[in-house]
Write a protein of this length. Structure first.
Length: 191
């Protein structure tokens, strides 16, 4: 890739198309570009999470994931190409098992929040779910490998688990949804 990015402003996209990794062009509003954009946004949100104070093992996992997401974006940018491997999905499964093992069983739903790092992990989870939906929509129109879809599915689960872990690292716990919460003190919209 050496000199490939020597010129950033090429103006070739001014007409509403963008180049793919195989040299072809597609509309910037295509399902493929939407999926690439969502994966890129997810990677950027993980970058924001990485600005927080995190345990070293969580930081290492997130950096590893950022590289995987770059692979996923590369695979999406070259139709028919494979970059993401089943072993990368298996690594997410291993992290899920590892981090989930130390957490208490859930009896209620969790609200996104708690510590700042946990809240950011929840944002990553929701962006990941959107990226997964974009990938599923693209897969309904074009043939795609299974690993990218599986990867995003596992990653959203991992981000949920990591949010729970990060709340505990910060000395807190999960923010639980309260069934039947008293809403008497919530201001009502005046007529």
């Amino acid at each position: 890739m050496g000199h490939r990015l020597s010129k950033i402003a090429t103006r070739t996209g001014d007409a509403g198309t963008t180049g793919l990794g195989d040299g072809s062009r597609t509309g910037k509003d295509s399902l493929r570009i939407a999926a690439i954009g969502d994966v890129d946004e997810l990677n950027s949100q993980i970058g924001v999470l990485l600005t927080e104070a995190l345990p070293a093992d969580v930081r290492d996992a997130l950096l590893h994931i950022q590289h995987d997401l770059f692979d996923l974006g590369g695979e999406l940018s070259i139709p028919g190409y494979t970059l993401l491997q089943p072993g990368q999905v298996a690594q997410l499964d291993a992290w899920l098992d590892h981090y989930n093992a130390g957490l208490p069983r859930l009896a209620e739903f969790i609200l996104p929040g708690g510590s700042r790092a946990a809240a950011l992990a929840h944002i990553c989870r929701t962006v990941c779910r959107r990226a997964e939906r974009a990938l599923v929509a693209l897969g309904a129109m074009e043939a795609l490998n299974e690993a990218p879809r599986q990867y995003l599915n596992r990653l959203s689960d991992l981000m949920f688990v990591l949010a729970r872990v990060l709340n505990r690292v910060d000395g807190g716990s999960d923010v639980l949804w309260q069934r039947g919460r008293d809403t008497a003190n919530i201001p009502k919209k005046s007529d």
